[in-house]
Design a protein around this ligand. Structure first.
Ligand SMILES: C[S@@+](CC[C@H](N)C(=O)[O-])C[C@H]1O[C@@H](n2cnc3c(N)ncnc32)[C@H](O)[C@@H]1O
Length: 783
């Protein structure tokens, strides 16, 4: 058995410095093909990693290691086979991480502390039969651990081990089994390394004996494994997370700075990112091609690609989040807790702590988290375990809707919260339906009563259960929803998703939000952001505005009054449905929403509105004055908006887009009408009525027609394209606002005069036609 215990060869760690000439690693990476030059960003690279060499990006590039610099310093640039950031780093095939990386350091720290504990005597009594095994090879999974224990003659009840950790978990059935195991392992150091049995978690140890906490032990899940015990859930984590004092440090690490200092901090990091963009662009430019103007001009402004306006302050800095996703798990003390994880699971952290003193979370959200936490204490349904991916209760999301903003923004954002949606995420695998229903009934009664008896009573509009059976934290948008409390008064036909809604307001427009639809988490800051984007986009009634990745249509609808027409593009059907309803509710008619992936539908839509590339070229010539005007605004500038004014890392899963089914077909309906040709000119295209007709756009779409009042399956196949293209010439400029930008958009999408990329690093976009306007830096806004 000795050989199986030999840990995988580790590169030398002297001084935490990885030698670039680690022959085995380098040799294997040398075989890896270089990334294509077009590889844009981490997202792109991650997508194609799978097809690459197994060692691709599994080591940090020495440039990054030495100076913290990225691809721009390395002569291989983006095509370097080593990772330029911790985020880009991938695990090695054996589940281990580059030993110089932060992840590996954290894992080593855990192991070292576990080792320290191992020096101490292990408790041997009936009350503490859950133990940790330390010193295990990182590459092992439970499938290797179990035969190892059996071969050694060690009997046990449960054995668990995750790849990439040196710690495993064993539960013994009796003191005899435990004593025997301790003796065997003492006598048999394997491969020169001693595997030791240590107490699982000294602090949670005592707690684990509480009736409530051990109530899960022994419950068998569908796959026959036993749910993770509180001690297992928290023990590894304790040392990792000891540097974090609580949820406040984990989710709002800048909270101890004054807001002014936070803004300065963000200002500086944003400026660094922008300068890096210029450097990257300069390097990416082939020698024969002159640098674009904006790269030349960057020297005059300290290396920035454009004027940087700084960070736009959030109007409100306390309790501003309108959506909080509270994890369910065990605290460091072993208590069932609803709050925030203290770190990343990949780093071995699963401990969850209450959202105490987290300035970004409203009191209302905290109170609901507390109510749910109290409910969980006696519940016989197990908490979801991230270690063995089983359990029932997974997450609580609190979404808040605010009434229309007062003229003077109150720092007490709380006073404006008028609607609340509670989304309880569970995994119903193997659970008896009748028992589950009973549990849900109890839960909704407790939440409803809890809200009513608070002083003042808390708003509560709707409660819904999301049944997510997958193992990843991010639930797909099509997870089944079970409504427990449906909003009163506002009942509409349609899917469950359609019925369960709350409302929020931006720029005095009312937005309807379904459980999975994206909405900016800081409503008041979003309002400032959209206003600024609109100002910079120089909109007028001749503008055709594309709201790309429009979600519930917030950007397009808030700017609709300033443009000829808005076309929103969004791949989440439910968000499109919300967008249509939002247009309708707010009486906005000059808009249309298309359901599809932007990279797929933008091209056909541009042809539809602007005509063929030849027609575009003609239009471009005739619009030369506009071109000139736009050129003058090349350096319109950059600003950053402080939607997350305190958090440096968002709370998990904000980015609903990361959860979208990427295979969504292009052949989606649009929800909107298309438009009477005569109305296009006057900017009176009637989307609103069409939306009304198509209140259930996805379900009712029945043909490919773009006639007024009908949904179409695919905007690109419109029989009316020619007519519309002719009309399109009446839009003297086309602006696209993208939030969030997508790497895939740039190569496929041509034809807009200006693209405003929101909430992201600036990506230079070519203006109308890159051959004609090579030196034009587009008006790109980073917020
Ligand atoms: C960050 S949200 C922004 C929504 C909206 N622009 C706003 O500010 O409220 C991004 C949205 O992009 C959508 N999305 C992601 N990838 C997309 C794609 N390839 N095509 C169209 N929509 C996409 C997601 O469904 C999500 O609603």
């Amino acid at each position: 058995m000795e050989d199986v215990l030999t840990p995988p060869p580790q590169p030398e760690l002297v001084g935490e410095k990885r030698k670039r000439d680690e022959t085995s690693l380098d040799a294997s990476i040398e075989d890896a093909p270089a990334a294509p030059a077009s590889t844009g960003g981490a997202e792109d690279a991650a997508g194609s990693d799978v097809a690459r060499h197994p060692m691709w990006k599994t080591s940090l590039c020495s440039y990054f290691r030495r100076r913290g610099a990225g691809a721009e310093e390395c002569s291989h640039g983006e095509s370097c086979r080593y990772a330029h950031t911790e985020e880009e780093l991938r695990p090695r095939p054996d589940g281990t991480w580059d030993p110089t990386s932060d992840r590996a350091k954290k894992l080593r720290k855990v192991a070292a502390e576990a080792q320290e504990e191992a020096e101490e005597e292990v408790t041997v009594d009936e009350q503490s039969l859950e133990k940790c095994l330390v010193g295990l090879p990182m590459g092992w999974t439970a499938d290797r651990l179990k035969p190892f224990l059996q071969d050694q003659g060690i009997s046990y009840a449960i054995a668990k081990k995750k790849k990439g950790m040196t710690v495993g978990f064993v539960t013994f059935q009796s003191v005899e089994q435990l004593t025997n195991a301790v003796q065997i392992l003492k006598k048999n150091p394997s491969g020169g390394k001693e595997i030791k049995i240590v107490d699982a978690n000294r602090r949670s140890h005592q707690k684990a004996h509480d009736g409530a906490l051990v109530s899960n032990t022994g419950t068998t899940t569908e796959n026959g494994s036993s749910p993770t015990t509180p001690a297992e859930e928290t023990s590894v984590l304790e040392s990792v997370s000891s540097s974090k004092k609580g949820a406040r440090d984990a989710v709002t690490p800048l909270a101890n700075m004054t807001y002014i200092d936070q803004l300065e901090h963000k200002n500086q990091s944003m400026a660094q990112i922008l300068k890096k963009l210029t450097r990257n662009a300069r390097k990416a430019c082939p020698p024969a091609i002159p640098h674009p103007d904006w790269v030349f001009k960057s020297k005059e402004i300290g290396g920035l690609p454009c004027k940087f306006e700084g960070i736009l302050e959030s109007p409100v800095v306390n309790g501003y989040r309108n959506k909080c996703e509270f994890s369910v798990g065990y605290s460091l003390e072993g208590k069932k807790t609803v709050g925030f994880m203290l770190g990343n699971f990949r780093e071995g952290v699963t401990a969850v702590e209450e959202p105490v003193n987290c300035p970004n979370v409203s009191e209302i959200s905290c109170k609901y988290a507390q109510m749910f936490q109290d409910f969980l204490q006696p519940s016989s349904f197990p908490l979801w375990s991230r270690i063995d991916n089983s359990g029932f209760w997974r997450q609580l999301t609190v979404r808040e809707g605010r009434c229309p903003a007062e003229a003077v923004v109150s720092q007490n954002a709380e006073s404006q919260i008028s609607e609340v949606m509670l989304i309880v995420q569970v995994c119903s695998t193997g659970v008896d339906e009748a028992l589950m229903k009973e549990e849900f009934d109890k839960l909704s009664a407790i939440l409803i009563q809890g809200a009513a008896t608070c002083s003042p009573p808390l708003p509560l509009t709707t409660i819904v259960v999301q049944d997510h059976k997958g193992i990843s934290n991010a639930a797909p948008t099509d997870c089944p929803l079970i409504p427990l409390l449906v909003p009163k008064g506002d009942q509409l036909d349609g899917t469950t998703e359609d019925k369960i809604r709350i409302h929020d307001h931006i720029s005095n427009l009312k937005f309807s939000l379904s459980p999975t639809a994206f909405f900016q988490v800081n409503t008041l800051a979003a309002e400032r952001l959209y206003t600024l984007a609109g100002d910079w986009a120089n909109l007028n009634s001749d503008t055709l505005l594309f709201d790309v990745c429009c979600g519930t249509g917030t950007i397009g609808l808030t700017l609709a009054q300033h443009v000829g027409m808005v076309v929103g593009i969004e791949m989440n059907e439910s968000a499109v449905s919300n967008a249509c309803r939002n247009a309708l509710v707010n009486g906005i008619k000059n808009c249309r929403f298309v359901c599809g992936k932007a990279e797929d539908v933008m091209g056909p839509l541009l042809t539809e509105y602007l005509g063929s590339p030849q027609q575009q070229a003609a239009a471009s010539k005739s619009n030369s004055e506009i071109d000139d005007a736009s050129k003058n605004e090349d350096t319109i500038g950059c600003a950053s908006y402080d939607g997350e004014n305190i958090d440096s890392s968002k709370q998990r899963n904000d980015n609903a887009e990361g959860q979208q089914p990427m295979g969504a077909s292009v052949d989606h309906p649009t929800c909107a009408s298309e438009v009477d040709e005569n109305n296009v000119a006057s900017g009176e295209q009637n989307c609103g009525e069409a939306s009304l007709v198509n209140d259930k756009p996805i379900e009712t779409a029945s043909d490919n027609s773009l006639e007024q009042g009908k949904a179409c399956k695919d905007g690109s196949s419109s029989p009316n394209n020619n007519v519309l293209a002719a009309n399109a010439c009446q839009f003297k400029n086309v602006v696209a606002i993208v939030d969030s930008p997508r790497v895939g958009l740039r190569p496929t999408v041509r034809g807009w005069d200006r693209i405003i990329q929101v909430l992201s690093t600036v990506v230079p976009q070519n203006w109308r036609d890159e051959r004609e306007h090579q030196s034009t830096f587009p008006a790109t806004l980073t917020v």
